[in-house]
Write a protein that binds this ligand. Structure first.
Ligand code: FMN
Length: 191
């Protein structure tokens, strides 16, 4: 059976998407086809999660008025993020907090697994978007309670990040992440 995640010839290889993904803060206004949005959401849906609890929730905000409210009311002050208004899609990524297994596991190991799960799902979405020529930017400087009200989530779902999605206004940058990352020698201990 054909899956929506089947490779398409126009898509970048994973290694290229990983190398080329950068935060996009300038977008062309044109809308993103719903099929493309479904494709990147499917990539997020397939992410692994602790005990397969899949705590992620997504609000796909295309409505102009709601996106304006997200930028004007849902972001914290101090960082200029009006550029996000240009992004035709805001994906609010939320975390369902009611799973008992999460509380039990965290009380034993001290690790709050849903945060890990949300990060994996979000980056699946981002890399799938990159591979299809879409620009994205993670935005964590948010007011979760305000965002929850804007997207009408129940109290059990906590917004964690917003990921902007759209076609980049600028051609792909020559300055790739590799130029701005710590070397492996600073990060890795080989045993
Ligand atoms: C969890 C998370 C939160 C972030 N929050 C913001 C944000 O609030 N505003 C912003 O402009 N960029 C934000 N970023 C983007 C980072 O600044 C960016 O990933 C980092 O500087 C590396 O640059 P690059 O993504 O272009 O490689 C965030 C990234 C992550 C992963």
């Amino acid at each position: 059976m054909k899956s929506v995640m089947d490779h398409e010839p126009t898509e970048m290889r994973l290694s290229e998407a990983v190398a080329r993904r950068v935060s996009c803060r300038r977008y062309r206004g044109e809308p993103v086809p719903e099929a493309e949005l479904r494709h990147i959401l499917e990539a997020a849906r397939l992410a692994p999660s602790a005990c397969n609890q899949q705590p992620w929730r997504f609000a796909v905000v295309r409505d102009d008025h709601l996106r304006q409210r997200i930028v004007e009311e849902g972001f914290l002050p101090g960082i200029q993020m009006n550029w996000a208004l240009e992004a035709p899609v805001h994906v609010v990524v939320g975390m369902e907090r009611t799973f008992l297994t999460h509380r039990l596991a965290a009380s034993v190991s001290g690790v709050d697994y849903p945060w890990v799960d949300i990060g994996i799902a979000g980056e699946h979405l981002v890399l799938a978007a990159t591979a299809r020529g879409l620009g994205t930017c993670w935005i964590g400087w948010i007011k979760p309670r305000v965002l929850a009200r804007i997207v009408e989530w129940p109290g059990s779902v906590k917004p964690v990040v917003v990921i902007t999605v759209g076609f980049p206004a600028d051609p792909p940058s020559d300055v790739l992440p590799v130029a701005r990352r710590k070397p492996l020698s600073e990060l890795v201990k080989w045993l």
